[in-house]
Ligand binder design. Structure first.
Ligand SMILES: [Zn+2]
Length: 358
């Protein structure tokens, strides 16, 4: 049976990560790619094969001696559930080891519901998705929700518009209900993990709120209190409309006002101004747009944000920024949440953000 702690061992993660990237790879190539000895690779491969997570894919080209056995991942050997919990609903994805979505469920949640009710409902839905799967093949559950929250402890902090959730230990509550490892993170950070991309990239999420997830120098950036990315609350006009956060003229408030007036073009242009600020501050070269507002008119947002960047950057030819819309569409955040659990297995992300499995 797979023991998550053993799987998190650094060398094992390096080997699994390589197998996933290569799709098919020999033990000799694994040793070269990871810097591990042939003996260490052989031991890890034996264990992973015994646990059913990898298998022989066939014979590869040989450099003269006997043909090499190629190894590949067995995607259906392990499963995770990725969850997006937002102000109005739940999205749950059953995701296999290879990151493929097997099943998706979305359901509305009354924003007035008590946190306990919502967490009970969420746990029920997770159990229903996992019902056909042997429990020892379940790696855990990743949950993404609006911040502010403490990603290290999984405790929510004064989520805008949801006072009842302040101080709720979402991670511990769900882990207790499910008896599974649980990771919690901001929706925007999960979003940036939903697809591979540049080592310096941002996921800009315009939905109920507006925020950004950041990867810089190849690492997810969460900041000192794990609250980085409050992109929507940069003040563009100190005399502008009141924002839910208490300030005036935040980018989020300006975008909301434009959306309320059904002026998608203005909302997209404003978003472009914010993205231009972000590029100037952090020099990212890839921006992925997501969230319901964007997905309602994806091409319009992409082209208008791109156009504002061309205007604002001093040398747009040199400072090229790839602007795109999230590939997973409205599943991006829940898929990224699944990645919070899957990532550490392949040597990405931080395994200590997971609660221990009971
Ligand atoms: Zn604000």
């Amino acid at each position: 049976m797979a023991n998550l702690t053993a799987l998190r061992d650094h060398n094992t993660a390096a080997v699994l990560g390589r197998i996933r990237i290569a799709e098919e790879i020999s033990q000799v190539e694994l040793a070269a790619a990871t810097g591990l000895t042939a003996q260490a690779v052989s031991k890890i491969v034996q264990r992973l094969a015994a646990e059913g997570m990898i298998t022989a894919a066939g014979r590869g080209r040989s450099t003269g001696g006997k043909p090499r056995t190629l190894l590949r991942l067995v995607p259906q050997a392990r499963w995770v559930v990725g969850v997006q919990l937002d102000r109005s609903g739940l999205t749950l994805l059953l995701v296999d080891l290879g990151g493929r979505v097997e099943k998706a469920v979305t359901l509305p949640v009354d924003p007035r519901s008590a946190p306990r009710e919502v967490m009970d409902r969420l746990a029920e839905q997770v159990e229903a998705l996992l019902a056909p799967i042997p429990r020892e093949h379940v790696l855990g559950v990743g949950v993404a929700c609006p911040g502010p929250l403490d990603q290290r402890t999984g405790v929510l902090h004064q989520v805008t518009g949801r006072p009842g959730w302040d101080g709720i230990s979402l991670r511990a509550e769900l882990a207790a209900r499910l008896g599974l490892a649980v990771a919690v993170d901001k929706d925007t950070t999960a979003g940036v993990l939903s697809q591979p991309g540049s080592a310096d990239r941002a996921f800009v999420y315009l939905d109920d709120g507006l925020g950004a997830g950041l990867v810089l120098g190849g690492r997810v950036q969460r900041g000192a209190r794990t609250n980085a990315g409050e992109f929507g609350h940069q003040v563009l006009d100190p005399l502008g409309p009141h924002c839910a956060c208490g300030s005036r003229g935040c980018l989020e408030a300006l975008c909301r006002a434009a959306l309320a007036a059904a002026d998608q073009d203005r909302a997209a242009d404003l978003l472009g101004e914010g993205v231009a600020n972000l590029v100037r501050l952090l020099d990212v070269d890839e921006v992925v747009l997501g969230g319901r507002a964007v997905l309602a008119a994806p091409e319009n947002y992409r082209t208008r944000v791109d156009a504002v960047l061309q205007q604002r950057l001093p040398d747009p030819h040199w400072q090229q920024v790839a602007v795109s819309v999230a590939r997973a569409g409205n599943r991006a955040v829940a898929l990224g949440a699944a990645g919070l659990v899957l990532g550490p297995l392949f040597g990405e992300g931080e395994a200590d953000a997971l609660t221990p499995r009971r």
